[in-house]
Design a protein around this ligand. Structure first.
Ligand code: ZN
Length: 409
């Protein structure tokens, strides 16, 4: 899952993401809650409508983001009080408010509110934190079950609703009829708004974004995933996994990793935790990794991963290729007429030279960030396509040979 923190994969428009074959994006609740704010997004039909993205979206609970605020946060049984990194204002995230926020954002998959345990931590501290996450998981589920019908998919918000209704009223008047179609839309049936070009009342000519692709069936709701914690302790991880599964969720995430622990510890924790999570439900490893790592974790049985690495590295001129990592800023590429990655079929590699990409980066051109991001995303998505292909062919971990670490060229 490419990361679109602020309802945007930095530098890449949505139609391009569709062309690249992105199936699902991640959005960050903490950031979207602060800016533009929940009511704005909810009023636009949730993130799907707001950012004009018909494919799947997952939002995190905000727990990890407030965890990384360090001195700006305070944790108690109720939740986490934190100060906004934007203006210093004080806010509380609790399991209930995190559910409220994620229901309003309307992603397809949302996450239980958890506490990400710091590393390193004493065993007693890790246990206490794990128990808190379990209590929060129950509260998250309870609140979600009670309020899940409020997801802004089913019908346009009141502003949109009245705009639709008045538009329909006038078009019905003009046509001198009120056919079934328009009465269904006036009832707020979301499917019926398909293909309608809605107009915002306040901004003449501005289209109100709507989901134009496959819309969820009437009555459909989001999927709330649970999160396993337990620090770097194998026994606590096992207990956290078993008790989270007991609470019962349609999918499970392994959280609290990539917090500064050695890579072999991450792997050990993932491998041992996976066996306690149902293999016939999505298993999501949060916040990893390099192309080699995502292939390796998929081989262990992980189904979903997200990471800012491909997009963030791209903006710093670090590009993942079939011949290793390339730092495009280096002078050695100044006259290199070759493709960035001869083995990559993306629109960047098939069109531009390393020399041009190096020039764009050195000149601080916006296009450098765009092209670098497009390539890195393509490389990651290709990696996962190969992984899926190998799984389908029953090759097991055979795909690992294609993406294993190779020396820098
Ligand atoms: Zn490429």
């Amino acid at each position: 899952m490419p990361v679109g923190t602020l309802a945007s994969v930095k530098g890449v428009p949505q139609d391009l993401l569709e062309d690249l074959g992105v199936q699902i994006l991640l959005g960050n609740t903490y950031h979207l809650y602060l800016r533009p704010g929940l009511e704005t997004v909810r009023g636009m039909g949730g993130l799907h409508g707001f950012m004009s993205w018909d494919r799947a979206i997952l939002t995190d609970s905000g727990g990890f983001q407030v965890f990384s605020l360090n001195e700006l946060r305070k944790v108690n049984e109720e939740g986490v009080t934190f100060r906004s990194h934007l203006d210093g204002s004080s806010h509380l995230f609790s399991p209930e408010s995190a559910m409220e926020a994620q229901i309003g954002l309307g992603a397809d998959i949302i996450m239980a509110f958890d506490e990400c345990t710091e590393f390193p931590a004493e065993r007693a501290r890790v246990r206490g934190s794990m128990e808190l996450t379990l209590r929060w998981a129950k509260r998250s589920k309870n609140h979600f079950e009670e309020h899940k019908h409020r997801v802004p998919w089913e019908k346009p918000s009141s502003a949109q609703h009245s705009a639709v209704s008045s538009q329909l009223a006038s078009s019905a008047e003009a046509a001198g009829s009120s056919d079934d179609e328009s009465s269904r839309i006036a009832d707020g049936g979301v499917r019926a708004t398909q293909g309608l070009e809605l107009r915002s009342p306040g901004r003449p000519g501005a289209a109100v974004p709507t989901r134009t692709g496959t819309l969820p069936a009437a009555g459909a709701t989001q999927s709330l995933f649970g999160i396993v914690q337990g620090g770097m302790d194998l026994e606590l991880r096992r207990e956290s996994a078993e008790r989270t599964v007991e609470i019962g969720f349609p999918g499970y995430a392994i959280g609290g990793l990539s917090v500064g622990e050695p890579r072999d510890v991450t792997r050990e924790i993932v491998e041992s935790t996976l066996q306690y999570l149902p293999a016939d439900q999505p298993r999501y490893l949060m916040g990893v990794g390099t192309p080699e790592e995502i292939a390796a974790y998929a081989a262990l049985g992980v189904d979903m991963m997200d990471c800012v690495l491909p997009t963030r590295a791209a903006r710093h001129g670090l590009l993942f290729t079939s011949v290793g990592k390339i730092s495009i800023k280096q002078a050695r590429y100044a006259n290199d007429a070759g493709a960035l990655d001869p083995a990559c079929g993306c629109r960047v590699c098939t069109r531009y030279s390393r020399a041009y990409l190096r020039h764009l980066y050195a000149s601080n051109e916006v296009l450098a960030q765009v092209l670098n991001t497009v390539h890195n995303l393509s490389f990651y998505l290709d990696t996962m396509r190969r992984v899926r292909h190998s799984i389908r062919l029953g090759e097991g971990t055979g795909f690992l040979s294609g993406v294993s670490s190779q020396p820098k060229p």
